[in-house]
Design a protein around this ligand. Structure first.
Ligand code: ATR
Length: 276
């Protein structure tokens, strides 16, 4: 039997940790897989994807900037992928199957699992502030609502984008019984139990204009970025909050993708420790 092939497609992709993480997971189950990082031209994602499909790959992860295109190329979508409007995990099925490219999104589940791994009671009945209203924010809203926090507040530089997010998730808000509020950064002045940074401001080391009163010693401040301390993490740490970066989210979203493809759940803590 030939070895199962997987890949992560992105641009850039050279520094992706996904091959390392998936190989570490596979090793836990004594399974040999190939998992490579594939650089796609910016205007060539569909061609890259279809090449891997033709070559018999079992599944691929998709990262920046192709998650929306992956959504568009999926022939069937999970509920969480639909809610996220983006796909980070694709599974290929045989030509006889009714759906040959299945799209899923494990990012939000990765965030939630990482938070709960560190603090099991951090989300249910708590006040959550989500910073940002772009693709990264949209990807985590449904899984956050599913944890039934007391309230989810979405704050963004442009209020109209936060408002649009609220409208998009109004049905889910009703299903889970979790009110969603929107705000500008300037108008968020009270303390939250959890503050999640889903903006891309950290990429350019730009501090967000946040009130220090958002954070207490009991606040969990979570940045989806990892690799260095962002201005958000610094602000939160200075205000006494507990801070987590997004490395755990990366490992947990990979674990969920691994589960989709292999049907088994890897031990993420061991892999996290090795990566740190
Ligand atoms: P992503 O897919 O990473 O979420 P995006 O869709 O471009 O990327 O969204 C980026 C998010 O970061 C948005 O919420 C953006 O705010 P706006 O909607 O007002 O543009 C936010 N963001 C990026 N740079 C920022 C900055 N310097 N200050 C405040 N917010 C910023």
């Amino acid at each position: 039997m030939s070895i199962e092939q997987y890949a992560v497609i992105g641009h850039p992709i050279a520094h992706s940790k996904s091959p390392l993480i998936h190989q570490a997971f596979a090793k836990q189950f004594n399974k040999a897989i190939r998992y490579e990082a594939v650089l796609s031209p910016l205007d060539g994602f569909a061609a890259t994807l279809h090449r891997l499909q033709r070559e018999g790959y079992v599944g691929v992860n998709v990262t920046v900037p192709f998650k929306f295109e992956a959504y568009g190329l999926s022939q069937a979508l999970s509920e969480r992928a639909k809610a996220a409007g983006a796909v980070n995990t694709l599974s290929f099925h045989s030509a006889e199957a009714s759906c040959q490219i299945q799209g899923d999104n494990t990012d939000g589940c990765g965030l939630v699992n990482d938070i709960l791994m560190h603090f099991p009671t951090a989300l249910a009945s708590k006040n959550i502030l989500l910073l940002g209203a772009g693709g990264a924010a949209q990807g985590v809203i449904l899984p956050l609502l599913a944890q039934r926090p007391a309230q989810l507040t979405i704050a963004n530089r442009s209020l109209n984008k936060a408002q649009a997010m609220l409208e998009k998730f109004a049905p889910a808000s009703a299903i889970y019984g979790v009110p969603i509020a929107v705000n500008t950064y300037a108008d968020c002045t009270s303390a939250f139990d959890v503050v999640i940074n889903a903006t891309s401001a950290g990429l350019t080391d730009t501090p967000l204009p946040l009130s220090p009163h958002l954070f207490t010693q009991h606040t969990l401040a979570y940045d989806m970025m990892y690799g260095r301390e962002t201005p958000f993490m610094f602000q939160a740490r200075m205000a006494g909050a507990q801070v987590l970066d997004g490395l755990g989210m990366l490992v947990e979203q990979a674990a969920e993708a691994f589960y989709i493809w292999h049907g088994v759940r890897p031990d993420t803590a061991a892999v996290m420790q090795a990566l740190r």
